[in-house]
Design a protein around this ligand. Sequence first.
Ligand SMILES: [Zn+2]
Length: 465
Amino acid sequence: MQPSRRAFLGTARNLATACAAFGAAGLAGHAAAATPATATPAASGRDTPAGHARPAERHYLLTNVRLEEGFEREGGVVLATRTALHTLEIRDGRIVRVEAQGTPLDAALPRYDAQGLLLLPALRDMHIHLDKTFYGDPWQAPRRGKTIVDMIEQEKTLIPRLLPESQRRAEQLIALLHSKGTTFARSHCNIDPVSGLKSLEHLLLALEKHRADFACEIVTFPQHGLLRAQVEPLMREAMKMGAKYVGGLDPTAVDGRMEESLDVLFRIALDTGAGLDIHLHEGRPSGVAAMDYIIKQVEANPALRGQVTISHAFALAAMDDAEVAEIGERLAAQRIAIASSLPLGKGALPLPQLAEKGVFLMTGTDNVIDHWSPFGTGDMLEKANRYAQIYRIFDEFKLTRALAISTGGILPLDAAGRRAWPQAGDAAAGVLVAASCSAEAVARLPAREAVLHDGRVVYGGLKKA
Ligand SMILES: [Zn+2]
């Protein structure tokens, strides 16, 4: 039997006898990094359903959009979410007006009918590897090594096989993400001695074709080790090619010199003005030590506050409540975010406790299907559902809050039940679903009927009114 990802990572942890934590930059920093979308949209996703269209106009009305209006409470307990139909005026990629359905608006504008579907905020996949996936190819299960070093060895022959078609697979994966309502991603991209800068070049070609319909920020990821594979010069080259974040990987388990490895990463980030997103699979004690060192580096370099993410942070699962509370406060103070693929079972992380301390949480696909895992669906709404299931969230109010991990913190209603999104001036981005409210959408995972990005329908279609 193949070792599971958990068993594999557990082995990595044991070998390293270390812990890891992950931080991510604050929401403002992530949102600011979005790629401007100006090019012509490329075809993506399924055909537009019969009787539906994708607006060619940049200025139009979207009628009969269901938006959340408030909570219905009984004895202080939220029992239901109230919604109403609205018309959105969309112009040049922004929502410029949000009006109650029936409000007289410019009759000359083209109209499209959302037919009462609920509009959810656009979904954001904040940890994916678009550059190395099997997605789009015939089925193959991973052949997992026992340690991360085994996997690095495997990549030395696998990456050259994947590279010639990596742009096509990245585009097919983007089409899958579109179909799930995701139009923004943070993609790690291998920077290693085998592919050099080729993985990045191919990913940039894929993203260029999707400039109008998909925004992506790139993390340069030294999968074969930063010191181990001696890729600092390549990493610096890659940062010049448009990457937003300097990536890192298990500084003890892979590089064997935690402080030196992280020092190089931080130096690259400070020299280039970039943020950091560090894969940390290590457990106790090395992962805990690495988290502590990362936090101390951000404390010493305030320019990086709000610009650092720790991805996976499995060491958190090994901490007791007091340790979690303490590290949560320190992470929140430095606005270090955690990006988690939401591990199940014993590896589940104390994410609600961190959120209570004000730590910004994000989630991502990590793998849809590749040599690491065969299980991903690419669905960020499903991640919100998984969050709710892991942390036993059953009630209406908490289900509405669970959506935040999948939308960059954007929720239709604030905690008091006032509409927070969408507002005039917001980006015209979102997902139309057949659900009565966001709590139902998180619990029941409705199909995505139409996906908007920069005012354009990038998946599905709208009924022409
Ligand atoms: Zn990853």
